[in-house]
Design a protein. Sequence first.
Length: 217
Amino acid sequence: METIKLEEKYILEYIKDILNDCKEKNREVTDYRFHHGTEYKIAPSIIKYGILTIEDLNKLGLRNDSKSELERLGDIDSHANGTYAVSLSDPLVDDLYPGEEKFDTFSNSRVDFLLSNSIQAGRSTINWGNEYLSYKSIPSDKIKSVDIRLIDLFEKLKTNKYLSLEESINNFNELKNIAMALKTTKLDIPIREMSKENEIITLNKEKVIELPKLILK
């Protein structure tokens, strides 16, 4: 695998340039409502298997929880989605009461999966005012888009003490695996860089797959 070593001061401009070099004609995304945010390293598995409940993750052998652990995770007071549901968010809810916390659907350090408006999900405000639960796994054909905000992530590194340069570089490198998962599963949905909503960058998957691995010099 080709690699490129960069000093920290050059990384932001590199990220901007390389993602713009991968740009293709924008694709309109329609008929979606819910979002599911996840870590970059988990995104390829979601593309392959869908968004799975803990119960189904264990059935497929992707997790190996004990009976007692499954019972613990099933406590909805501490784990809203529990063992048998998956957590979604709807950023457009407008009925939150003053001070009610809202899940950050558009986090720049996570992959944001846009999901079909045909999904049946019920409101759950135990943890977040805009959270919904689907009481069954969501197949990958319900995914409408894979949205990322890497440019914003790297722009905020110096001002947000909770962001890690090393982890952000790992997220960028994981983008290749996301594109490869879409190609191998033949899931025809876009990867979109959404740091600026008025400057959407739809990424060409073949170009992303060919990106070099980024290493901090």
